[in-house]
Design a protein around this ligand. Sequence first.
Ligand code: HEC
Length: 206
Amino acid sequence: MKTAAMIISTLAVALLVSASVVAQQMAGTPASPEAATPLQIDAKSFGCIRDMKQVRHFYLDNFAGNVDATLAVAKSATGGTYPPGTVIQLVPQEAMVKREKGASPETHDWEFFALKISSDGTEIDKRGFSDVANFSGKCFSCHEQASAQWDLVCETGHGCAPIPITRKMSGALQRTDPRCKNESVSPEDAEALKQLNDLMSQQAPR
Ligand code: HEC
């Protein structure tokens, strides 16, 4: 009898302990999936641009594993709000990443990245919300011109002033990303890269 009572009380303690573990886990569980723990994004998050999903002339992915939701917004004719974890790149050297909800209300939670890329991999040159700039100005100053439904994604016809980077130029940069396994550079791509180089050397550095 004594043994049976001990077993029962041990069981009761075990149940209590496991119930409190569950309660703790539930308390730590975010109220909604969108209010997830901060995304860990570092240089290793980025790689060959062509390993991402191509939509029209740019590439995207989702660092939180939610690429279908990202694709759905990108393919919607009426736009939408990109889910946390979304990463979009037009050229291998720049990226915009949708951070967790509330990370940066001013930039609609987008973080901008300027990347240094080579066959050795990726280094983060600059990252941040409203201050990161490239050779023609601050990322956010241009991208905030997109009308609300496009969630700061410019493309063409979304309200942003156009940039002098042609589709031939961005395509050539995508096809020659040194982090990818590349074919030899086509004469057309070599010409587009030369024109891009000339264009960039005309811009005053900021
Ligand atoms: C002078 C204005 C301007 C600046 C500065 C600028 N962008 Fe853009 N960006 C654009 C425009 C316009 C497009 C659309 C180009 C197209 O589709 O032909 C674009 C395209 C993109 C895209 C592809 C998705 C989209 O919005 O069409 C990404 C990603 C991007 N830019 C990131 C950046 C990052 C990161 C920076 C800063 C390091 C930056 N941009 C700086 C104007 C700008």
